[in-house]
Design a protein around this ligand. Structure first.
Ligand code: NAD
Ligand code: DAU
Length: 352
C-alpha cells in the first residue's frame, strides 16, 4: 500500500480518489483534520476496504512508528501542510509546527523504518514530498518561468516553511540515502478546494451576491493547474521519478487575477440564474509581501515522462464552476462558523 498524509484536504483527497480509481492499490491516509481537512471529501470511499483513514498528526512520532510497522507501505506521499498564504501572515506558528517540524518528524520516522527494510524493499521505497512553486519567489513580467534549477527565494511565512521542508527532504536523501522525490506545482484549482483560495472564494461569494475581493491592482499572475492534471503528474513522478530529483508541474495557464475573476463571472453567468456578477468585483488592500508572478517551466516532466496537462484553463474552470454549483451541500458544510470568523479577520478592511 501507499501512505498518504493530508489526504482529507483538497489535493490529497483528489489524489486518493483518483489513485483508487486508476491504480487499485490500497491507501493508508493520515490526516489531522484541521479546518482544511474534511472527511466528507472522502465519502465515496466510506465502504471501500482499500482506504484506511487515521486521524492524526505527522508530528506524532509514536503514531507514525506504529502505522509504518503495521502497514509497511512501499511509498509515502506527503501532502500534509498548512497551505494558505494569508493564514501564514496572520499566524505563522502553525506553519512552522506542521510544515517544518512535522515534515522533519515524518522524514525521521520514515528513515528509521526504511533503514530496517530488506535491500530490495529499501531500493523500491519512495518518499514523495509535495512542495510548491512559491519557494522560488516572485518573477518580473518578462522573467523566464521557474525551472528546477531556479534558486530558492521564499517570501511568505508559508513559502519559507515549505522551503525549509524541501531542504530537509533534500538532506535526508543526500545524507542518509532516503529515496526521495520532490515536486513543485503551481496554483491548483478544481473540485473540493476549501473556499479560502482565490477561485472557490470567488465562486462562493458571487453565488451569495457578496463582494469579490481582488487584492491590490489585480495584475498579480498565477499559473493555474487543474487538480486532476496534478494528480496524474504525481502518479507519474512516483512511478518513474529519478530518486533525489525535483520536478516542476504547471498548468501552462498564466493569468492575471482580475482576468481569472472576470472569467469566473462569465462562466457563472451561463450557469446560474442570471445576474451581473462582474459588478461585485471590489479592489481591496493588497496582501503584505504579495508575490507578483509565478510561472512554471514544466519541460523536465514533459520530456522525461511525456506529461502534459489535459485541461486548458477554460475547460478546467468550466468543470470547477459546475462542480461547485452541483455541490451546495458540501459548501454549506465547510462554510462553518470557523470559516466565517476567518473571512471576517482576513477581509476586515474590505468589509468596513
Ligand atoms: P489543504 O490545506 O487543502 O489540505 C491540507 C491537509 O493537510 C488538510 O486535510 C489538513 O487537515 C492536513 N494537515 C494539516 N496539518 C496536518 C498535520 N500536522 N498532520 C496531518 N495532517 C495535517 O492543502 P492543499 O491545497 O490540498 O495542499 C496540499 C499540499 O500541496 C500542501 O503541502 C501544499 O503546500 C501543496 N501545494 C498546494 C498548492 C495549491 O494550489 N493548493 C500548490 C502547490 C503546493
Ligand atoms: O503557487 C502555489 C501556491 O498557490 C500554493 O503553494 C499555496 O498552497 C496556494 O494557496 C496558492 O497560493 P496563492 O497565494 O497564489 O493562492 P491564493 O488562492 O491565496 O491566491 C491566488 C492569487 O489571488 C494571489 O495573487 C492572491 C489573490 N487573491 C487571493 C484571495 C484569497 C485575491 O486577489 N483575493 C483573495 O481574496
Amino acid at each position: 500500500m501507499i501512505f498518504v498524509t493530508g489526504g482529507a484536504g483538497f489535493i490529497g483527497a483528489n489524489f486518493v480518489l483518483d489513485w483508487l480509481a486508476q491504480v487499485d492499490e490500497p491507501v493508508l491516509n493520515l490526516d489531522k483534520l484541521t479546518y482544511a481537512g474534511n472527511l466528507g471529501n472522502l465519502s465515496p470511499l466510506r465502504n471501500d476496504p482499500r482506504h484506511v483513514f487515521v486521524r492524526g498528526d505527522i508530528g506524532d512520532r509514536k503514531l507514525l512508528q506504529r502505522l509504518l510497522a503495521l502497514h509497511r507501505p512501499r511509498a509515502i506521499v506527503n501532502f500534509a501542510a498548512e497551505s494558505h498564504v494569508d493564514r501564514s501572515i496572520h499566524g505563522p506558528a502553525e506553519f512552522i509546527d506542521t510544515n517544518v517540524v512535522g515534515t522533519f518528524t515524518l522524514l525521521d520516522a520514515v528513515r528509521a523504518h526504511w533503514s530496517e527494510l530488506a535491500l530490495a524493499e529499501r531500493e523500491a521505497f519512495r518518499f514523495l514530498h509535495v512542495s510548491t512553486d512559491e519557494v522560488y519567489g516572485s518573477l518580473a513580467p518578462d522573467d523566464p518561468a521557474f525551472k528546477e534549477s531556479t534558486g530558492y527565494a521564499p517570501n511568505s511565512p508559508y513559502s519559507a516553511s515549505k522551503a525549509a521542508s524541501d531542504h530537509l527532504v533534500r538532506a535526508y536523501h543526500h545524507t542518509y540515502g532516503l529515496p526521495t522525490l520532490t515536486t513543485h506545482c503551481s496554483n491548483n484549482y478544481g473540485p473540493l478546494q476549501f473556499p479560502e483560495k482565490l477561485i472557490p472564494l470567488m465562486i462562493v461569494n458571487a453565488l451569495a451576491g457578496k463582494p469579490l475581493p481582488v487584492y491590490g491592482d489585480g495584475r498579480n499572475v498565477r499559473d493555474w493547474l487543474y487538480v486532476g492534471d496534478h494528480c496524474a503528474a504525481l502518479r507519474m513522478v512516483l512511478a518513474k521519478g529519478r530518486v533525489g530529483q525535483t520536478y516542476n508541474i504547471g498548468g501552462n495557464a498564466e493569468r492575471a487575477n482580475i482576468d481569472v475573476v472576470q472569467t469566473i463571472c462569465r462562466v457563472l453567468g451561463k450557469h446560474a440564474a442570471a445576474r451581473d456578477y462582474g459588478s461585485l468585483v471590489t479592489f481591496v488592500q493588497d496582501r503584505p509581501g504579495h508575490d507578483r508572478r509565478y510561472a512554471i517551466d514544466a519541460t523536465k516532466i514533459r520530456t522525461e515522462f511525456g506529461w502534459l496537462p489535459a485541461e486548458t484553463f477554460e475547460s478546467g474552470l468550466a468543470r470547477t464552476v459546475k462542480w461547485y454549483l452541483d455541490h451546495s451541500e458540501w459548501l454549506r458544510a465547510v462554510t462553518s462558523k470557523e470559516y466565517q470568523n476567518w473571512i471576517s479577520l482576513n477581509y476586515a478592511e474590505a468589509e468596513a
